[in-house]
Ligand binder design. Structure first.
Ligand code: CUK
Ligand code: CUA
Length: 639
């Protein structure tokens, strides 16, 4: 029989105790105060106060909700193909999903993070990780479309990503798995000492938002989990939780949770910038794709880059320090003042808080307690800022309300716990239904939170909604945190598996939301912006149809001269200039999807007819009383 380690047994026992009640349908303890419904009710035609941008987890998308109502406003495809909008199917966006592994139209998204200016949310962009085939996406909060995707080389499991520094200088992307760098064929059991990790710094152009892989820091072969950039006084640093500091090649707890403490890696990126300036980097070969959606042409291009600048943390002093933190920490969160770094040890009874100023003191006085791969390990007590004693079981993530309080999710005991930053006293606790992962407060990971609501995103739904077969959508729960005690206001189903959410006041986002693509500014190479541009052109077996859409005609609507074996490109331009009047396009037998073309823009659908006949095409979006008339025929003759 396999021997289980103490933490395994503890974890399992507690898990049983605390999930045991779940089947009993304890919905009464939802704490609903009588006016909770009123407080989340947003009158028809009225707007919500906040936007919530939820990652889609294994759906590869990002969903946008209004808060407090919990109304779903939009689903933005990111690392996915979306038959609704044609993203990833139309010719314009296919290159967005290109990688050095080929066309990868799926990923696992965990952490959306909003751009910041001076440590405050600024509403320009959301950056979000693709976990599986390591990538970082940039989503415009003007168009609510994915504008850029950068593949991350020398990484595997891009989990501690995407985290934005205080002036959006960098989007930081870590790695969950250590791997051979460069990749090679070698025995897995030789992991220890041979596998390494990378921390990538993507610089961001402040006008266009365009990312550039500026440099990577090479780290020891641990597993890295969550990260949080320093703020205010700790600006210039980023903190990352590690586990498996044993460097076990199999993560059965027997091997990988031996150490009483793992580390939080404190990385000084200002120092890294100095080293880069001084030329202390190595330029290494590394292939990765960089995909950009051009705003003018509305076409994406994919470029394969081939090198990266690397700083080795084991060779460059002052770049990285290790702060011991108990038992397999998951979340890593920094309070709005930048002084406290919270490591959420999953198997630890207490919450450990590290002090940034104590850390600086210890570094200055070189009070080290050994080293790992030449990287100094600080003394636990020297950097301890405080301890929240036995707040709950299985702490995962912490956010802040800007009024001196922190809120932590506890996965095993299914609750959100409010505690004071400084006295470390537990102030309140409320159950969640059930087993929350992250929680989110608007601006709750920045210098300036709006401490009105917290949204808990729960992993297990069970009995919260009407049953929908074996699978229930995950649930999110909204609490009012404006008073001393938290109040559960509502819960609503979510899409995919939201891990983290970024929330921001509507005032910050709504005024900049784009209304229209101007037809006069349409620079798409295949646009047809007037009736004179409408035409069908043949080039060998490629046929280009330049078609316009306007209520209620597709033009041309009778197309002949097509043969089986042709490759037909339908280039559709929506001539409308009224807000919110898209037209769609579908043709029989198209193997991919439809198009949904926004006013003023152009999109392309490829169709390879396989059968002789006269085939219909039509507008898929009910656009006017004559929507059903918005259609046509294409005649396909034998080869
Ligand atoms: S997360 Cu990615 S496993 Cu706790 Cu930030 Cu859900
Ligand atoms: Cu255009 Cu329906």
């Amino acid at each position: 029989m396999k021997k289980l380690s103490l933490p395994t047994v503890l974890f399992m026992t507690l898990a049983t105790v605390f999930t045991g009640c779940k089947d009993q349908g304890d919905k009464s303890n939802g704490a609903l105060t009588s006016n909770a419904a009123e407080r989340v009710y947003v009158e028809p035609g009225q707007y919500d106060e906040f936007y919530a941008f939820l990652s889609g987890g294994f759906s590869g998308q990002m969903s946008v909700y209004g808060i407090p109502s919990g109304r779903l406003l939009k689903v933005v495809p990111v690392f996915s193909q979306d038959p609704e909008k044609g993203y990833g199917y139309n010719e314009e966006t296919k290159p967005m999903l290109n990688t050095t592994h080929g066309f990868i139209p799926w990923d696992d998204t965990h952490h959306p993070d909003m751009s910041q200016t001076n440590g405050k949310l600024d509403g320009r962009w959301i950056f979000m990780n693709g976990n599986n085939t390591p990538r970082v996406a940039r989503i415009s909060l003007s168009t609510f479309e994915t504008e850029e995707i950068m593949e991350i080389p020398n990484s595997a499991g891009n989990h501690n990503s995407a985290f934005v520094t205080e002036n959006t200088e960098y989007v930081v992307a870590g790695t969950r798995f250590s791997v051979p760098i460069p990749q090679k064929d070698m025995p897995i059991k030789d992991y220890k000492g041979n596998f390494k990790a990378s921390l990538s710094f993507l610089s961001v152009d402040q006008d266009s938002g365009e990312m550039d892989l500026s440099f990577q820091i090479r780290l020891p072969g641990f597993n890295y989990d969550l990260a949080h950039p320093g703020r205010d006084k700790s600006h210039g640093w980023i903190f990352i939780t590690t586990y498996n500091t044993e460097e076990a090649h199999t993560l059965q707890e027997v091997n990988a949770s031996q150490n009483d403490k793992d580390f939080i890696a404190a990385v000084n990126w200002k120092k890294a910038e100095e080293y880069i300036k001084e030329g202390k980097f190595k330029t290494e070969k590394a292939e990765y794709a960089h995909n950009i959606f051009d705003e003018d042409t509305h076409m994406a291009t994919s470029t394969i880059k081939d090198e990266v600048r690397v700083l080795d943390a084991s060779e460059l002093p002052g770049l990285v320090y290790f702060l011991p933190t108990p038992k397999s920490p998951h979340g890593c969160d920094v309070d709005p003042t930048g002084e406290y770094i919270i490591g959420n040890g999953k198997l630890s009874a207490d919450l450990t808080v590290h002090s940034f100023s104590k850390m600086l003191d210890a570094i200055e006085n070189e009070k080290f307690d050994g080293e790992a791969y030449n990287i100094p390990i600080l003394n636990f007590e020297d950097v301890l800022g405080g301890t929240v004693k036995q707040p709950g079981l299985g702490p995962l993530h912490t956010e802040f309300d800007g009024k001196g309080n922190a809120y932590t999710t506890f996965f095993i005991s299914s609750e959100v716990v409010k505690w004071n930053v400084g006295t470390w006293e537990v102030l309140d606790r409320k159950p969640t239904y059930y087993s929350p992962g992250h929680l989110s407060i608007p601006g709750g990971n920045s210098q300036e939170p709006w401490g009105k609501y917290v949204l808990a995103m729960n992993k297990i739904t069970k009995d919260r909604y009407l049953p929908t077969g074996p699978e229930m959508n995950h649930s999110a729960q909204l609490y009012d945190i404006s008073g001393e005690k938290m109040e559960l206001l509502s819960d609503f189903p979510t899409i995919g598996e939201p891990h983290y959410a970024s929330m921001a006041p509507a005032d910050l986002i709504a005024p900049n939301s784009k209304k229209i693509y101007k037809l006069s500014e349409n620079k798409h190479p295949h646009a047809a912006t007037s009736p004179a541009d409408v035409r069908v052109e043949r080039d060998g077996n490629e046929v280009h149809v330049y078609m316009t859409m306007v209520r209620s005609h597709l033009n041309p609507d009778n197309i002949e001269g097509i043969k089986v074996g042709d490759k037909v490109y339908f280039h559709l331009t929506n001539l409308e200039q009224d807000f919110d009047v898209p037209h769609g396009f579908a043709v029989i037998g198209a193997e991919n999807a439809e198009l949904l073309v926004m006013p003023g823009s152009t999109e392309t659908l490829v169709w390879e007819p396989k059968k002789v006949g006269v085939w219909p095409f039509y507008c898929t979006d009910f656009c006017s009383a004559l929507h059903q008339e918005m259609s046509g025929y294409i005649r396909v003759s034998p080869e």
